[in-house]
Write a protein that binds this ligand. Structure first.
Ligand code: G4P
Length: 283
């Protein structure tokens, strides 16, 4: 799998993140609950050094419930304040408020002890593309102030969203870059659709998905596509293609179409709630 991320782009995003982080007390890092480790960029630890931190496992509605709990426990054991959210349905936002309060209590107590005025906690959201940063900002602020979707190149003016006098949230999320020196990380991000699809072969990706799901979610694909899961991945894809009428004019299998269908079904949660990466997979 040949995946590239552009160094020029990276330098600019690092600089922007460094600037923004200087302005805040708290960094709210968002990752994808289906791939919590692959969806993070560990450089955030260095970038956000010294700031209060909150880790959000978003898209929890698409991830396996037992895995969600296991991941939350995993991160809490490692000292993170961690909350599960479904930002699209505004799920988990109360937990986020409570976690922000708790994460910033120390700082406020310190300020109070020094006789300083307690001012609202300034926070920013950060994460790699497509984890739901804009959706989260919208849901958490309860207003349509942040635009969803990736719009690189839009001028960034510093705007703060005031939330009940207690928190001020930077309206533009910090963009981290995916880190996929490890092949498995690149695969995970491609499967959930974080990495630009155009640079990956969707048929290969669909075959990979078939093999992975047979292990981690037995029955999910077989049921959805009414196809025998015991078939090797390619034969499964072909049979599913025939069943779904994904055929070329000549009557052959339209591999691109069935691959896309399969990937879309997975990404949209139509195969059930599936987590690709589990705590026990991490060394
Ligand atoms: P970003 O700022 O981090 O790049 O991500 P953004 O908020 O644009 O969200 C990326 C996609 O993920 C959007 O879907 C968004 O609706 C979806 N999303 C965000 N949070 C959640 C969540 O908690 N659960 C689920 N299921 N989806 C979530 P899209 O396909 O780009 O747009 P749309 O189809 O929602 O309009």
């Amino acid at each position: 799998m040949d995946v590239q991320w552009y160094p020029g782009h990276m330098t600019k995003t690092i600089r922007q993140m460094q600037e923004d982080i200087r302005l805040v007390d708290l960094v709210i890092e968002i990752t994808d609950a289906r791939v919590p480790i692959s969806g993070r960029n560990p450089d955030i630890d260095k970038l956000a050094g010294g700031k209060a931190r909150l880790l959000i496992l978003n898209k929890a509605d698409l991830a396996d419930e037992s895995a969600n709990e296991a991941w939350a426990a995993y991160f809490r054991e490692r000292g993170f304040s961690c909350v599960l959210t479904d930002a699209r349905a505004r799920g988990g936002m109360k937990g986020v408020s409570a976690a922000i309060d708790a994460a910033c209590r120390k700082k406020q107590e310190r300020d109070r002890a020094r006789g300083m005025k307690i001012r609202p906690v300034r926070a920013m959201v950060a994460g790699i593309p497509n984890v739901g940063k804009s959706t989260f900002i919208n849901s958490f602020s309860g207003k349509a102030t942040a635009k969803t979707g990736n719009k690189p190149g839009v001028t960034r003016g510093k705007q703060w969203i005031r939330l009940g006098g207690k928190v001020e949230l930077l309206d533009t999320p910090g963009l981290l870059w995916p880190k996929f020196e490890d092949r498995r990380v690149g695969e995970n991000l491609a499967l959930v659709g974080t990495i630009n699809e155009n640079i990956l072969n969707e048929e290969e990706l669909a075959l990979l998905l078939i093999s992975r799901l047979k292990e981690i979610a037995p029955g999910a694909l077989g049921q959805r596509f009414e196809t025998d899961e015991e078939l090797p991945a390619l034969a499964f894809l072909e049979e599913a293609g025939r069943r779904r009428g994904c055929l070329t004019k000549g009557g052959g299998i339209d591999y691109a179409r069935i691959a896309r269908l399969l990937l879309d079904d997975f990404r949209g949660g139509k195969l059930g709630r599936i987590t690709l990466e589990r705590p026990e997979d991490i060394e």
